[in-house]
Design a protein around this ligand. Sequence first.
Ligand code: 5RP
Length: 231
Amino acid sequence: MSRDLKIAAAREALGFVEDGMKLGIGTGSTADEFIRLLAEKIKDGLNIVGVPTSERTASLCDELGVPLATLEEMPQLDLTVDGADEVDRKLDLIKGGGGALLREKIVAAASQRMVVIADSSKMVDVLGAFPLPIEVNRFGLTATRIAVERASGALGLAGEIRLRGGEDSPFVTDGGHLILDASFGRIRDASALSTALLGVPGVVQHGLFIGMASAVVIARPAGIEVKSSNR
Ligand code: 5RP
């Protein structure tokens, strides 16, 4: 997505932010644009406090003067604004391309509303062209990978499951876990896959965000579209 479209989506999402809000702040290049615009508004007098969904987001917010609190200090949030890797027609998502899916899901779940910012290339009929990030405990990695293969296979899903970063220097999440990227292809029943994956003890969380987005701001060269759900 071009930077201009990311900025356009982020600017539209600023319209959801009200003075005094407790805000979950997402992770990724689109969320970074939102943070930059938010910081300008704060300089102009907007009063918000943010909870970052990653160390990366916390650093950018600190650098730009966006006031932060921890989720412990503010366990109930008004709104989270975050990006996504895929969005389907029901506004279900795949997230975790930036590796922050666990904190992103915890923060979104603690928020009254979640607004997703994306460009039209992220819109899909069926989730799954983007490899599904699955955050796993380091302990028992191979056993967990086998269990994930079995659980997904029982639902008719197969495909390469890669350790992000490779065996020699795996990507480590902010929570100290690893990520398996699963190229399942079209995920027809995301809820069933979610249940199956969460039944694997070594799986910490996965990047399917089902029924969580309240609205998606979609930026296209021709303009902005906002799709809302009744969440
Ligand atoms: C990070 C995420 C991001 O929101 C997702 O990867 C989209 O990133 P970008 O805005 O850079 O395309 O889920 O874990």
